[in-house]
Design a protein around this ligand. Structure first.
Ligand SMILES: C[S@@+](CC[C@H](N)C(=O)[O-])C[C@H]1O[C@@H](n2cnc3c(N)ncnc32)[C@H](O)[C@@H]1O
Length: 269
């Protein structure tokens, strides 16, 4: 069953931390923009734009004749996106499931980078994306695969499996997809698939606190939020020990896997 993350746990600190540590999402996001082949003069919608780092790259790619809008439900992240934009792209508070302020068939490209696994009603979000896309328009997203977890999530799952008090803690995102369910979801809205593959990213962290800060900032405060502080402190100690097995020349080395998917709205619509 789909679950809604809390949108009330974000803070100025988490938003700033995301801006510092979210280079990981930015780097795989650049690959998503490559796959979507943005062209000069195109109109692009970045759903779940966060602090706008990738939105800025999209704006550079489409140039001054193009148009880029970022939307995100978290006001503090939109504030930072607007500071970054300096008028080169627009950003406003909004949710994927309700794009009512956007006219039908306005955009050439819609993308969601590391966002769809947070959305409770993914089909409604994709229906809205379909509506605002021109016929022949492209959609793309990246998301964490439910069946091929990140190294960090494997380690955390193993640590909390034997601890009844921690078992229901949020450690990833509530609405993960597989390559198969991604294909089914896109087809259910009418999109024609052009890409559906898993890519790996080798991250490196200085220490366990960097890992925890990255996870908290990326989840806008949802990561482990249901656990009382003493539980989190205990889990932190156990995680620090477990992550030593992942220490390599670049620090704590952890692989992330991401589904990369892209599709087209058929021309006949
Ligand atoms: C991991 S961040 C990714 C931010 C950005 N796309 C990037 O690549 O850096 C996930 C973002 O999804 C946003 N989000 C969560 N629920 C959403 C929803 N229902 N509609 C749109 N965005 C949502 C969050 O506010 C957050 O900024």
């Amino acid at each position: 069953m789909s679950k809604a993350p809390s949108l009330q746990l974000d803070s100025a600190t988490l938003a700033d931390e995301y801006d510092r540590l979210g280079t990981r999402q930015f780097n795989h996001g650049l690959q998503l923009l490559d796959a979507l082949d943005l062209r000069e003069g195109e109109r692009v919608l970045d759903i779940g734009c966060g602090t706008g780092r990738l939105t800025e790259s999209a704006a550079q790619r489409v140039g001054a004749r193009g148009e880029v809008l970022g939307i995100d439900p978290l006001p503090l992240r939109v504030e930072r996106a607007l500071q970054r934009a300096q008028g080169r792209f627009a950003a406003r508070v909004g949710r994927a499931e309700n794009l009512a302020e956007i006219a039908d068939a306005h955009f050439d490209v819609v993308y969601l980078n590391s966002v769809i696994h947070w959305i409770p009603d993914q089909q409604e979000a994709l229906r809205e994306a379909w509506r605002v896309l021109k016929p022949g328009g492209r959609i793309g997203f990246t998301t964490m695969p439910a069946d091929v977890p990140h190294d960090l999530h494997r380690v955390l799952h193993a640590l909390i499996a034997g601890d009844p008090a921690s078992q229901h803690a949020e450690i990833g995102a509530p609405n993960k997809l597989t390559r198969e369910s991604t294909a089914t979801l896109l087809a259910s809205v009418g999109f024609e698939p052009t890409l559906n593959e898993i890519r790996e990213f080798d991250d490196a962290f200085d220490n366990v606190d960097d890992v925890l800060s990255f996870s908290r900032a990326s989840s806008f405060g949802n990561f482990l939020s249901s656990l009382p502080d003493p539980h989190v402190a205990r889990l932190r100690e156990r995680l620090a020990a477990a992550l030593e097995l992942h220490r390599g020349p670049r620090g704590l080395q952890l692989t992330r896997r991401m589904i990369f998917t892209a599709a087209r709205k058929p021309l006949a619509h």
